[in-house]
Design a protein around this ligand. Structure first.
Ligand code: SF4
Length: 431
């Protein structure tokens, strides 16, 4: 846990390595005060979200220093598998490329328990400690459907952590249940719910939500569900989606709200900023949103999150599905300390147009983390250490299924040549 007594060290001592010129006094002063322990205000965050040139360099350096003080040089990741149990959804979010109508004969699906259990088995075989179970809001399902999935998974895999059901899904199940909210959440916890994704947050400001997703739960309800969960000891992540129609003030307000909730409940495990993927959804193609964040926005978002949320939320996670591996590595120098999950299967971002893949195996996380001079650490969902991998020579064998690589270029003729070279020469017949 973060030590709230932050060392007072002038930022000016730390900026030499950035190579940038000196930031204007007001921003430098702001960053120094933050590093000395003053909480940023929402207005401060708005200003930092627009930092450019030398200000940008100063922001990144300050966030990296804060990350080093909060979390040291370890970078964590979790071995997990995504399981989407249905893509049928009637909510109609404009940024979503994943949802299908239930009568879409081509590619709507609704997984059986056997199919879900087969995915859990695959996850366990590949070393997962967590399954992340989420789905669309299928109009024909009841609250019992959510409970029954938990019971089925826990009956077969009692040690697997179940991270499941966004506040949108909780809202839907709760309204169908007729129970009190706390009773419904406890009912799911008793069935095996371990933690909740803090998704369905997008931007926690109804001005934006009414454009992005008019049918989705409103800010007050998201907060009510998260606080009720935390009150029962059910912890959650926290997220934000940026790079579409929001302004810096909306991001700042969202961060402020998360920080206030965390002060009250302490229930967030981490914060994950999610860049908007634009290629294949309504929000960009018909509603005029920006085409996702620029590289500078991605890094500013990570840096401002680190500085704004500390010491209340100190795990700042990269979404490699949105950023890609290389920008993710850069984000480790801008305030992030967690590389997220292996995922193994990912369709939410892919269906909106992301092409950064669906699976980052643990050995690839370790390589990416070591490439930037940090120490890889496998963690649980709740940030307990599974193993710290200081010495690459002691890394375990990969548990990934063998991958067929379709070689191209001169590979085929070269391989043929190599194989003939290694064939034993036929002995000359006796004269
Ligand atoms: S984002 Fe979730 S709730 Fe919204 S349409 Fe897609 S699946 Fe449904």
């Amino acid at each position: 846990m973060f030590d709230q007594k932050v060392d007072v060290q002038p930022l000016s001592n730390e900026l030499g390595s950035t190579g940038g010129s000196i930031a204007p006094t007001n921003l430098r002063g702001l960053l120094e005060e933050t590093l000395a322990g003053r909480e940023l205000t929402a207005r401060d965050a708005e200003a930092l979200l627009l930092a450019e040139g030398p200000d940008f360099h100063a922001l990144i350096a300050a966030a990296d220093l804060a990350r080093s003080r909060d979390c040291g040089e370890d970078v964590s990741y979790v071995v997990c598998r995504n399981i989407n149990f249905t893509n049928v959804c009637y909510v109609g979010c404009s940024f979503c490329g994943f949802a299908r109508h239930k009568d879409d004969a081509l590619d709507a699906y609704d997984r059986t328990h056997d199919e879900i259990l087969a995915k859990c088995q695959n996850a366990v075989d590949r070393g997962a400690t967590e399954v992340c179970i989420q789905g669309g809001i299928h109009p024909n399902k009841t609250h019992e459907h959510y409970r029954d999935i938990l019971l089925a998974v826990k009956a077969r895999f009692p040690d697997l952590h179940i991270h499941a059901y966004s506040p949108e899904e909780i809202d839907f199940g709760h309204r169908k249940s007729g129970m009190k909210l706390e009773a419904y959440l406890q009912w799911l916890m008793d069935a095996g719910l371990g933690t909740m994704p803090g998704t369905a947050a997008e931007i926690l400001d109804d001005e934006i939500r009414n454009i992005l997703s008019p049918n989705k739960l409103k800010t007050d309800r998201w907060v009510e569900i998260i606080k009720a969960a935390h009150g029962l000891g059910l912890r959650s992540t926290s997220t934000l989606m940026y790079g579409h129609i929001e302004k810096p003030r909306h991001i700042a307000g969202h961060l402020d709200l998360l920080r206030e909730i965390q002060k009250e409940t302490g229930g967030f495990t981490e914060f994950v900023p999610l860049g908007f993927i634009h290629e294949r959804n309504l929000l960009y193609n018909l509603l005029g949103a920006r085409p996702g964040p620029s590289m500078l926005e991605d890094l500013r978002m990570i840096a401002v999150s680190r500085l704004f949320l500390r010491p209340w939320i100190t795990n700042i996670q990269i979404s490699w599905v949105k950023m890609g591996h290389k920008l993710g590595q850069m984000a480790l120098y801008a305030g992030a300390n967690d590389f997220g999950g292996t995922l193994m299967e990912e369709s939410i971002s892919r269906e909106s147009g992301s092409d950064f893949g669906e699976n980052t195996p643990p050995e690839e996380f370790r390589r990416l983390i070591r490439e930037v001079g940090r120490v890889p650490v496998e963690r649980t969902t709740l940030y307990n250490v599974v193993e710290r991998f200081e010495d690459p020579a002691l890394d375990p064998e990969s548990l990934e299924p063998a991958k067929e690589v379709d070689l191209s270029g001169p590979a085929r003729s070269r391989l043929k040549f190599e194989s003939t070279k290694s064939e034993p020469k036929a002995e000359a017949p006796a004269a």
